[in-house]
Ligand binder design. Structure first.
Ligand code: 7RM
Length: 659
């Protein structure tokens, strides 16, 4: 754990402010007292399997009921193994059958201001038609489908259509480059790519199709492409008519009836690539029943969901938060979901608050980095808008600093709305640590306590629990339904990454402390994973991108504390032979990383240096580099540093290379 994090945590731990839900909120809450919370918590921990089985029947509709609950052959779990169900039926058909077909499923706001309101009945129809289109293109149960799409309702249609026919989807966020898209498609051995011509962002058109064209030159397993014309700016001139199909043309000829596949509980629902501590992204595999149960149940309880809520999660569907809390969790509960295509500050920084006012949003879920940006842009953009519809706020993606938490509570929540700070990961599938808003006292900066049935702990290297208020590794000690099942195509890496650090426990990769009230304070990653604006990025991945440039000999990438983004990307680079450090080369290297990974990995700082600080065994000493990047004096152990003069030269590197 880095020194800087330890410091932040000490200040966080002195946080004594504690907030109880208002009487008004509590009176209507699903879980409305600590006593009720405690009763459920005990029920879940006494007999987790019985508890999950009960919830699985309460929250999901089964085509075939299960008789087995958990089959645990560490580290492989099978939940509800002999049951059968379909995720799209759970998100659509059952609501329509229950007479809720006219309820709004999606309130969509495009960036230029175009809007659509889609009911559950309409969404089901579209999903059936699109599922039939997938079948027409030869997609069968088990085939993988890439989805590289903007924030439009069709993305949800594509996901649920895949789920309907049992074809696991794999979404790639639009901010990833062609190369990143191709490598994910190749790893997944996907047969089909679904994309759009482009989308709107800050008034301009982001050309997604161009990236797909480039990716397809290196993605030989893709047989067909479906293109949604979102902007109409792409004239189809460059389309390869043999394998590229227009979304609307395909849809027109399909029947709107598509019987759902009856899928085993453990049938793969999706793959989602995420960065780990090595260069190659991991395809996190989630299966149908356990994942859907986790999303549906945590959505209902953590957001204290009620039928008349208007719910808005600002995450892009290309991230796990979008999967679980834009699509599967809310739709499984028949919720009304707001989806917005564009940026928070376009045409001006009041856009989010205008949307809340316009749609009378009651539950709002966003990331700390967004909150910090709003603070920077100024309160006047908030104060103009009527936010009285809001009743609950949530955050996710990174630790929230107490200042941002207090601003969120006061300015957005107007001291009325509880805040749920939700800790979880792509791997956990759904929320693991979070308050129950009608019961749990909240404090700025802590996600509070584990969800029902989740056995989280903070332990040392040997797996022994550490005393209160002592830093350690955040682990999960019992399997849970929505846990990842493996890393696609690399089960060995799955074992190594998550189950080998501390035998018998799921290793989260996060550091944490637990206070005397049982609250968990997440300190951040303890591995080489950065959290930049709530996005996970591997330092190794950025390093490999840098060294693939012919001028670069060696590269080390570290996180630097950033007031808005949480962390920014600082790169230390040594050059080949006689290559001279120039501002042009710096720009070129930045572009090089963007091309290899995507705009989200754009380095904030590149420093040229003659050598990197290494231990005698040749390991790069990132701790020292982090201190240098942050402009801090190093006070840690330097006795293993091979060459002390390297440090001095590095400290001055900033002045030197701003040639
Ligand atoms: C949902 C998501 C996971 C990593 C995780 C943490 C960090 C997420 C919080 C948080 C402190 C939170 N999935 N993280 N939520 N840290 N408080 N409430 O973000 O796979 O993309 O990232 O994000 O480090 O390990 S993710």
């Amino acid at each position: 754990m880095t020194d800087s994090r330890a410091k932040t945590i000490t200040s966080v731990l002195q946080e004594e402010r504690s907030f109880l839900p208002s009487k008004e909120f509590q009176a209507r809450a699903r879980i409305s007292s600590l006593a009720q919370y405690e009763e459920l918590r005990q029920e879940a921990s006494r007999d987790p399997e019985a508890f999950w089985a009960k919830k699985a029947r309460e929250y999901l509709q089964w085509q075939k009921d299960f008789t087995q609950v958990l089959d645990w052959q560490e580290p492989h779990a099978k939940w509800f193994g002999d049951g059968q169900l379909n995720a799209s039926v759970n998100c659509l058909d059952r609501h329509v059958e229950a007479g809720r077909g006219q309820k709004t499923a999606i309130l969509w706001e495009g960036e230029p201001g175009d809007t659509r309101r889609i009911t559950y009945a309409e969404l089901l129809q579209d999903v059936c038609r699109f599922a039939n289109a997938l079948k027409e293109l030869g997609i069968r149960k088990g085939d993988r489908v890439m989805i590289y799409m903007p924030m439009v309702p069709e993305t949800v249609v594509a996901m649920l259509a895949c789920a309907r026919i049992g074809a696991p989807h794999s979404l790639v966020f639009g901010g990833f480059s062609a190369e990143a898209l191709a490598s994910r498609s190749n790893d997944a051995k996907a047969k089909l790519m679904i994309t759009a011509d482009g989308n709107y962002r800050r008034g301009s058109v982001v050309p997604l199709k161009n990236n797909v064209d480039e990716a397809l030159r290196h993605a030989p397993t893709i047989e067909n492409v479906i293109v949604l014309q979102r902007t109409g700016k792409d004239q189809q001139g460059t389309w390869n008519k043999e394998r590229e199909h227009d979304w609307h043309e395909l849809m027109q000829k399909q029947s709107d009836i598509c019987p759902p596949e009856e899928l085993d509980s453990e049938h793969p629902l999706f793959l989602l690539y995420t960065s780990g501590s090595t260069g190659q992204p991991k395809g996190i595999l989630h299966t149908t029943a356990g994942y859907l149960l986790g999303c549906a149940y945590t959505f209902a309880e953590t957001f204290d969901y009620r039928d008349d809520d208007v719910y808005w999660c600002t995450a892009d569907v290309g991230w796990v938060t979008g999967h679980s809390y834009v699509v599967y969790g809310p739709l499984a509960n028949a919720a009304t979901v707001v989806i917005y295509e564009g940026a928070p500050n376009y045409p001006d920084p009041s856009r989010f608050w205008q949307i809340i006012e316009k749609y009378k949003v009651t539950i709002f879920y966003t990331a700390p980095t967004a909150i910090r940006s709003f603070i920077k842009w100024g309160d006047e953009f908030v104060e103009k808008q009527d936010l009285s519809s809001l009743r609950l706020l949530g955050t996710v993606g990174e630790p929230i600093n107490p200042e941002a938490w207090m601003w969120y509570r006061q300015k957005i929540g107007q001291d009325r709305c509880p805040i749920v700070d939700t800790w979880w990961q792509t791997e956990t599938g759904c929320i693991m640590i979070a308050p129950f808003p009608g019961a749990t006292p909240t404090r700025p900066g802590t996600a509070t306590r584990p969800f029902f049935g989740i056995e989280a702990d903070v332990v040392d290297h040997d797996g022994n629990p550490v005393p209160d208020n002592t830093g350690g590794f955040l682990v999960i000690k019992k399997p849970w339904p929505s846990m990842l099942r493996t890393i696609y195509g690399d089960d060995e890496r799955y074992r190594k990454q998550y189950w080998s650090h501390i035998p018998g426990m799921y290793f989260t990769g996060d550091g944490a402390r637990r206070d005397e009230h049982g609250n968990f304070w997440i300190m951040g990653r303890i591995d080489d994973v950065l959290n930049v604006s709530g996005h996970r990025l591997s330092t190794m991945e950025i390093e490999s991108a840098l060294v693939s440039h012919s001028s670069v000999a060696e590269a080390a990438v570290v996180g630097r504390p950033d007031a808005i983004k949480g962390e920014s990307i600082a790169c230390f680079v040594t050059l080949e032979g006689k290559t001279q450090p120039t501002p042009e080369l710096k720009t070129e290297l930045i572009q090089h990383v963007v091309r290899h990974i995507g705009a989200l990995a754009r380095p904030d700082d590149i420093r040229f240096t003659e050598s990197l600080p290494k231990t005698r065994s040749g390991k790069i000493m990132r701790r020292l580099l982090r201190d240098i990047a942050a402009g801090r004096q190093s006070n840690g152990d330097m006795t293993t540093l091979e060459d002390f003069s390297v440090l001095e030269r590095l400290r001055h590197s900033e002045e030197q290379e701003s040639v």
